[in-house]
Design a protein around this ligand. Structure first.
Ligand code: ADP
Ligand code: ADP
Length: 231
């Protein structure tokens, strides 16, 4: 069964605008699913409904075996990475990384061990005592990635995470995220990902499958090789 399922999901905003028109999508365990499409096609709305940051007007969102429609973000088993990093500005990197576990009541020595592991993987050890304002964009995004990774969520949600980086950093972060996803799979702890972007290169190089959206509908779901074969 799919790790993440959208069933006839609808979003109508408070002003009466119907942004999402009853979409269905299955994302399998360990799959890297990219939502792509032009600005305004409802990628972000869809992701935010999965995250619990936006109410669901109709249909069902399932994560694992649970319908999560009525759960707050913290109870959904998700971790999210945002375009603007959304780090806690007054906390040093170390505390930014550990804060989610601290809220869960994880013991301090376990938080320290997890922090060390994640900072090793993302090569941010030398940044642990800095504040977010002392980080470059690429460094901040690695910390944001670390903050998601440390929570070991069932599903990772990415909202245009590379859009604020320059072209060179974007290219290296694409590779870093894809490699990390592969590595987790090889280590037997596959990460299920929903990754929103308007960048076709990101979609084609990162996605196991790509979900093409337009005007609040899903037009096509396919792997990169077969995506444009259909008429
Ligand atoms: P609800 O939680 O009841 O759905 P909304 O999120 O619709 O409320 O309320 C936010 C307000 O901001 C509304 O008046 C909405 O029209 C407006 N708004 C915010 N973002 C946008 C946008 N991208 N396009 C149009 N209106 C927007
Ligand atoms: P994308 O992420 O693909 O750029 P969005 O999910 O942000 O698209 O927006 C989808 C549609 O919903 C757009 O037409 C947008 O203007 C509209 N929208 C987004 N937020 C709101 C809101 N709070 N109220 C009303 N309309 C909104």
């Amino acid at each position: 069964m799919a790790e993440l399922q959208l069933k006839s999901v609808v979003k109508t905003y408070g002003n009466g605008f119907k942004a999402v028109h009853g979409i269905d999508l299955d994302v399998h365990e360990g799959e890297f699913m990219v939502l792509v499409g032009p600005s305004g096609c409802a990628k972000s709305t869809t992701l935010r409904m999965i995250a619990g940051l936006e109410t669901i007007t109709g249909g069902e969102v399932r994560i694992g075996n649970r319908v999560v429609n009525d759960l707050v973000p913290g109870k959904r088993g998700i971790a999210m990475v945002f375009q603007n990093y959304a780090l806690y500005p007054h906390m040093k990197v170390r505390r930014n990384l550990g804060f989610g576990l601290q809220l869960r009541g994880t013991p301090k020595d376990q938080i320290n061990a997890a922090t060390n592991e994640v900072s090793g993987v993302l090569e941010i050890e030398e940044l642990l005592d800095r504040l977010p304002k002392q980080l470059s964009g690429g460094q901040a995004q690695r910390v944001a990635l670390g903050r998601a990774l440390i929570k070991q969520p069932e599903v990772f949600l990415f909202d245009e995470p590379l859009s604020n980086l320059d072209a060179k950093l974007r290219a290296s972060m694409r590779v870093r995220i894809t490699d990390l996803h592969k590595r987790l799979r090889e280590e037997g702890r596959p990460a299920t990902v929903v990754y929103v972007t308007h960048d076709q290169v990101e979609a084609m190089t990162m996605g196991d499958r790509i979900c093409v959206m337009k005007d609040g509908y899903i037009m096509q779901v396919a792997d990169p090789e077969t995506l444009y074969e259909r008429p």
